[in-house]
Design a protein around this ligand. Structure first.
Ligand code: HEM
Length: 224
């Protein structure tokens, strides 16, 4: 007999395969939702905060590395890194399982491939960025990254400048094109005109992110 839905027991009237499919569906949906919220929104705020470099070193320090308490440090860590790890695992599984579809046109396939290439690039960029800008200063040197240090690296260590410029390019593409794919996967855009509009929004978002990130890099570079 089927158990009432209020029970915490699994509903045995549903076949195990159907339950597994439902579980996979929800996990896949979570992987794509977390990429947008909080990750995408947090990245926009993170890049925006870097613009404080145009004000003063103190303003940058407050905007980028300051937390009101150790609880808020831990919370923002959970808020950002857990979704990042989840989305990375979800993306890696999808990348291994899926292939481009030949019949949908070369441009869609190019975008599909660049989405995956940018994901691989971001894996390296974020690994290096998190280690050098966050983990090493905070946990090995006992303080958050100093403005003077990151600005000097940007100005005098060309590989750092290039890696940040490419990292921002990668994240801008990955987020903007990801939003377009997300809107289809979630049924936000279904009609042809809806898709065309979403393409324009994604393109605009790409240039906005790129401008924001490159301006932020320049703000640090000029203070180096
Ligand atoms: C102009 C480019 C960027 C600069 C100058 C920059 C700088 C920094 C700095 C200084 C930190 C350490 C903050 C702290 O100790 O509280 C940090 C952390 C972090 N950054 Fe960036 N960043 C940039 C771009 C990005 C991008 C494109 C991403 C992509 C998602 C990103 C993801 C992260 C993450 C996940 C953390 C760890 C945050 C935490 O857990 O509190 N950053 N960044």
């Amino acid at each position: 007999m089927a158990l009432p839905l209020t029970s915490d027991q699994p509903d045995r009237s549903v076949e195990p395969e159907a339950r597994a499919m439902a579980r996979e569906f929800i996990l896949a949906r979570m992987g794509s939702l977390l990429a947008l919220l909080p990750l995408g929104a947090w990245t926009a705020v993170h890049l925006w905060n870097q613009l404080a470099a145009y004000d003063s070193p103190e303003a940058w320090q407050r905007a980028v590395t300051w937390h009101s308490s150790s609880a808020s440090t831990a919370l923002s860590f959970i808020f950002v890194l857990v979704p990042l790890v989840w989305h990375t695992g979800w993306g890696a599984v999808r990348m291994l399982r899926s292939r481009p579809v030949v019949r949908i046109g070369w441009l869609s396939n190019v975008r599909y491939i660049v989405q995956r290439l940018s994901a691989i690039g971001l894996l390296f960029f974020l690994g290096a960025h998190l280690y050098l800008a966050w983990f090493e200063p905070r946990f090995m040197r006992g303080h958050a990254e100093y403005f003077a240090d990151i600005a000097r690296e940007m100005r005098f260590h060309t590989p750092t400048l290039i890696v940040y410029a490419l990292g921002v390019l990668g994240i801008s593409y990955h987020l903007a094109n990801g939003l377009w794919a997300w809107s289809m996967a979630w049924g936000v855009t279904v009609s042809k005109s809806g898709l065309a509009w979403m393409e324009r929004v994604a393109l605009l978002l790409f240039f906005l992110f790129l401008a924001l990130g490159w301006l932020a890099i320049y703000g640090l570079y000029r203070n180096g």
